[in-house]
Ligand binder design. Sequence first.
Ligand SMILES: Nc1nc2c(ncn2[C@@H]2O[C@H](COP(=O)(O)OP(=O)(O)O)[C@@H](O)[C@H]2O)c(=O)[nH]1
Ligand SMILES: [Mg+2]
Length: 192
Amino acid sequence: MSHICIGAKGSGKTHLLNSLRDEDSINETSHSVSTVGTNIYTIKNPHVKDVELSNKQKARQMISVQVREIGGTMAPIWRRYFEGVTHVIYVLDTSNLCQISGAGVLLYTVLTEPRLQTADILLVLTKMDLAYRQMRNEALLMIQLAKLRKELRQRITVVETSAVTKNGLNDVLDWLFLPPKKASQVKALEAH
Ligand SMILES: Nc1nc2c(ncn2[C@@H]2O[C@H](COP(=O)(O)OP(=O)(O)O)[C@@H](O)[C@H]2O)c(=O)[nH]1
Ligand SMILES: [Mg+2]
């Protein structure tokens, strides 16, 4: 099980992961790897309530996951990190439509990557506090999501977030920690 978070520079990856991260986790790991351009965030499973679960139950549930943020300027070498990846969080800045088609092209190269054919994909439309409804729809049109879903085999879930209002963060946590069936319910909630 390995998670990566990618997306253009400035799309909001760091803010998103910081909003989700386990505040008790020690910052040391992220510090030591940031020199090579990636950061690792530990995100705790909010569904695991320590008091309510026996150890056996806990063992079956993921207590936390580690997500590696790979800087947008490193796009040419993203694929170095694809080995063994099971979950991809792809961040798109909804407030900046100018960079969306470029981001869409990069998303396509990610989705067609042979090592990511069985990965689960979460498309996060960030900065929704700065965007309006139409921009969200426009963004999905520009990256040709409907076509990608038809042509490619990965399950693509779309969520909208804002690191400012904190809206949508629970949807990201559900995708990370709930079984796929439940995650697809998140997908079912998407307006088309
Ligand atoms: N309004 C708003 N600004 C955001 C949001 N997320 C990130 N930003 C801003 O976007 C810029 C880039 O964010 P950052 O997380 O560093 O992007 P990264 O390069 O993808 O890691 C920063 O100035 C953030 O303050 C958001 O949800 N809403
Ligand atoms: Mg960053």
